[in-house]
Write a protein that binds this ligand. Sequence first.
Ligand code: ADP
Length: 232
Amino acid sequence: MINIQGITKSFGNLQVLKGIDLHIGKGEIVSIVGPSGAGKTTLLQIIGTLDRPDSGSVTVDGINVSGLSTNKLSDFRNRHIGFVFQFHQLLPEFTALENIMIPAFIAGKGRSEAKARAEELLQFLGLADRANHKPNELSGGEKQRVAVARALVNEPAVILADEPSGSLDTKNKAELHQLFFDLRDKFGQTFVIVTHDEQLAAITDRTIHMKDGLLMPESTITSPNDPTTTTV
Ligand code: ADP
């Protein structure tokens, strides 16, 4: 589903990605962990076509995005990728239902199709009775679940999440993490999640460790709780 070969990226003199190769299969839930400044968000943004690498190639959902012109990128992004950020970034003047429908409109769906899909997602997320609430009338966990529904409305093959549970309390965190697995099982999405949350990383299918712009070879990773070398 995601195939990355030899990508590098610098900001000025700072080389943030130093040659990344990564393959993520359809339906995998993968976490990316590592110290601040390791390049995790930059990698996620490049997978999500919010940024371009200086060199190397990125294929997502069978499309070589490195080859897409700038004006085709936003259409690609809207159809193939859903984003979930640490802070929900819902539009305050719109209801939960409307917030979820907006990306569907942008993708060219009609009102009734967008509404039906948004209602289906709200139902699946246990938020049907919150459809007409505005973000400031929702709890933190509810807002983040609406943000997940918004990411899913165009049925993207890939969901990219950057610290998705970073602003949630323990109970809401656990519910959000479970939701990723429920969504994968129901809709078959592939998830790439940048996180500092060890509990989340521990339950994902695979954890990728990044340091100083490189992926750590799996055989050299040592868990802090286990002095023996572990395979991830
Ligand atoms: P992480 O997500 O692992 O904390 P980031 O990918 O956010 O790391 O950042 C890696 C490095 O790149 C950091 O030193 C950060 O300051 C720098 N960086 C990220 N984005 C930009 C940018 N747009 N311009 C300049 N420097 C950036």
